[in-house]
Design a protein around this ligand. Structure first.
Ligand code: DAH
Length: 344
């Protein structure tokens, strides 16, 4: 009796070893027969109780080896069939077909000009300082020598935040001057590029948002001549090696003396004539020696340190360079407009 059961298991084992499922259906038949819930090995386990004690272990091992053999064979054949079907699907792909075209993106004209300016100043040791667009009254105005009720606040029509008397959208990147000077000790040599906001009526020439780059240099014995030379270098890198500049006296609350810088484009072509209103000179930035009061407001000893600052409007340069006549197209995100700068 015992030997008979042993023989039965041997038969099952041989059957497992001998079977060679070639398709997924055949493999499924194999699984049902040897591993399914009604598989033919299961009842043999029930025979253990009829085996004499001295052979129980041997029987157990034999029947277990049948089960393991079925599992291994199943896994092995399954893997082979999967590989084969993968191979067939790879063959089905036509590798000679052209790919799907990917549209090339492009830089925005404002970014192109901004990056170029950053590069020019980086070459002479200015580092980039970035800060928040939602500013407080103090950093945007008061620290920059424009206290409340000062008529100079009218120069920049401001968006104040609802529910806050002190929060506003910065009207110029000069606020980063105050942020930097209150956080760092001189020498300070930074440029601060970024977006600014003013409550302007939107038209072809003005917008409620635009971009500036602020420059600030504070150290011992910084002079007006240093500023002029730095700005001449900037103008020649940006507009050409022969470019001339002129500084016209001006007024800003945070600089004394203050100036506006023009670059000479000439009157050779109609475009330059129009752009410069017949003068040949194009205004590009405001600048000046940092007012000692601004240094003191920010905790820097004005007896020891001096400095200069400047603020450049980016849109104007971008519009001049790319012949853009309406500032609104810069902010409309019309893909037909933006695509024109792909190779730039
Ligand atoms: N903040 C000024 C503006 O928005 C520009 C400016 C002028 C910045 C003179 C400066 C400066 O740093 O020295 O109109």
């Amino acid at each position: 009796m015992a030997q008979e059961v042993f023989d039965q298991v041997q038969l099952v084992l041989r059957e497992i070893e001998g079977s060679q499922p070639r398709t997924e259906d055949e493999l499924e038949q194999f699984r049902i027969r040897f591993l399914g819930s009604k598989n033919i090995i299961k009842p043999l386990f029930g025979e253990i109780k009829n085996i004499s004690n001295d052979r129980k272990k041997e029987f157990g091992q034999l029947i277990n080896s049948a089960k393991v053999a079925a599992e291994n064979k199943y896994l092995e054949i399954n893997e082979k069939l999967e590989e084969a079907s993968l191979g067939r699907s790879v063959e089905a792909i036509d590798l000679t077909k052209p790919g799907f075209p990917i549209q090339r993106g492009s830089r925005h004209p404002v970014s192109i000009v901004m990056n170029e300016m950053i590069e020019i100043f980086s070459r002479i040791g200015f580092t980039v300082a970035e800060d928040r667009e939602i500013e407080d009254d103090w950093h945007n105005f008061t620290a920059m020598n424009t206290p409340e009720d000062h008529p100079a606040r009218d120069m920049q029509d401001t968006f104040y935040l609802k529910n806050s008397v002190t929060r506003l959208l910065r009207t110029h990147t000069s606020s980063v001057q105050a942020r930097t000077m209150t956080a760092q000790k001189p020498p300070i040599r930074i440029i601060a590029p970024g977006r600014v906001y003013r409550n302007e009526t939107i038209s072809a020439r003005s917008h409620c948002q635009f971009h500036q780059i602020e420059g600030l240099y504070i150290d011992k014995e910084v002079s007006f001549a240093d500023m002029k030379q730095t700005l001449l270098y900037f103008a020649r890198e940006m507009y050409g090696v022969e470019t001339d500049i002129r500084l016209r006296p001006s007024y800003f609350p945070f600089t004394e003396p203050s100036a506006e810088m023009d670059v000479y484009l000439g009157l050779a072509d109609e475009r330059s004539k129009k752009l410069t209103k017949g003068t040949g000179w194009l205004e590009v930035l405001g600048c000046g020696m940092v007012d000692p009061q601004v240094l003191e407001n920010c905790g820097i000893d004005s007896e020891v340190y001096t400095g200069y600052a400047f603020g450049i409007g980016i849109e104007r340069s971008a519009m001049q360079r790319y012949n853009i006549s309406d500032i609104r197209s810069i902010f409309e995100n019309d893909i037909r407009f933006l695509r024109q700068f792909v190779s730039a």
